[in-house]
Design a protein around this ligand. Sequence first.
Ligand code: FAD
Length: 538
Amino acid sequence: MKKQDVLIIGSGVAGMTVAINLAERRPDLSITVLNKTRQGESNTSWAQGGVASVWNENLNNFEKHIEDTLDAGDGLCDRDIVEIVVTEGPQRVKEMIQWGTRFDKEENGGYDLGREGGHSENRILHYKDKTGWEIQRAILEKGADYDNITVVEDAFAIELITQHHLGRVVTSATPHIECYGVYVMEKNNQARIEPYLARTTILASGGAGQVYRSTTNPVVATGDGIAMMFRARGTIQDMEFVQFHPTALYTPEGNPGSALPDFLISEAVRGYGAILKTLDGKEFMHKYDPRGSLAPRDIVARAIDREMKIHGWDYVYLDCRHLDAEGFTTHFPTILHKCRSIGIDPFTQYIPITPACHYICGGIRVDQYGRSSIDRLYACGEVACTGLHGANRLASNSLLEGMVFGYRIAEDISHRIGSWDWNEEVPEWDAQGTTEPDEMVLITQSIKELKEIMSSYVGIVRSNVRLERALNRLHTLYKETEELYQSTTLSPQLAELRNLITNGYLITKQASFRKESRGLHYNTDYPEKLPFKDHMFL
Ligand SMILES: Cc1cc2nc3c(=O)[nH]c(=O)nc-3n(C[C@H](O)[C@H](O)[C@H](O)COP(=O)(O)OP(=O)(O)OC[C@H]3O[C@@H](n4cnc5c(N)ncnc54)[C@H](O)[C@@H]3O)c2cc1C
């Protein structure tokens, strides 16, 4: 049994921000940070565009950033949370800089602030076109400076430990579910599953993009935290709001089963002046929105989806040929390199692009200190639903959210941890099945089926029939997978399949509850918005 004061699942921007802030405040606490695979394999590492933050108050101001965020969120943002993130954000970004993060500067020494879809001002701090890589590098290096932070690789969190594992039920006498830590599969230790006890636990396990066939998210993004929380009977909110990035690089062979995510052509490229065009070279975005190629992501993704469906195309084009080659090369070296590696020269040729699942706005419902509905359990980053994004995330607000909530959680824990002790009664992991699975194909094929169901029926455009069909198909997959789980030894692949099915179910179920189209959720049977605004919980 492994004991630590604080257990953090995930070392992306959210998890490491908690760890560093807490280590700084409380050198007396032992802090363990788990990674499912190697450290640095995270959505954070892939972020390109940057961090939105009010930097120069002469040119910009908090109110505009707040209004842009509320506007994107389509009526479902929590204004208090938006104000917290926008106003506390600049201080958190300054800390990132103190911890060693570099952001691009102009010749006069000021930060080079970019602009993305939905932003009314230039306010995106960035490091070339690999801001996330730079942040991830800096926070892992900073974390290594603290003796009381231990970062563990290949440690796969399988299940939250609650009263349920002690054979106790939650009653009116003990009305709250409590979390005592996590069961962890140690991949380097013959996949043994060990209880990791903690006085408090933080889920910072990132998103669930792998639920869909095309995604910009890396393989670790299988929604494990959301699924564990759901199984532990915690509250999950707003899962129907899935953001599809409009411009992932299209390659004819596609990305099925690939270990690499679909490569993203950052929104900043459109901010820099690139224009979306049909396969016959015509600009089409002004038919859908007066802001043209700079309209918010959901509008652009739906417009591309519609053009592709009308014409039967697999992709449309992004035209960069008119852009300043020198500036493009400086700002977007990774994108340029990637395009050239597949034989496309953006200065003379169109870039083929297609929408791909990018970000889950919903997740574990938390309050303004990142506290979840389960006692002693916090959540932050993409796994959490704070109320910042509402029905649609404004570009480059998520890294900022991870920093702000990571800080708030560290502060909250440093005051509250004194009242929590370890629960020593936690039993060893109770393995369900004991036989090795005969055929891995049962798992790999189910993952493919799940992605097909979600992409075909619960993608950018939905309908009642599609959602119903998806729920029926998901139910079959769920039953088959639970039978496998009861009878065979648990493998990382089987654990991920269970989690992906749960995420698919949550997205589809909450989408079917919503009898309107709002933000990222578009249902052809209810194309209008309802006058009242509500969240969907499960
Ligand atoms: C291609 C791309 C571009 C993006 N661009 C931007 C941008 O420009 N600006 C912006 O603000 N946002 C951007 N985003 C979104 C942003 O990167 C993410 O929302 C954010 O980084 C999430 O951080 P996180 O700390 O919550 O999770 P992650 O960074 O994804 O970290 C998750 C961590 O959890 C661990 N983990 C997961 N499951 C388990 C488990 N079961 N057991 C143990 N460990 C586990 C992983 O190993 C990893 O360490 C982008 C995302 C992508 C994919």
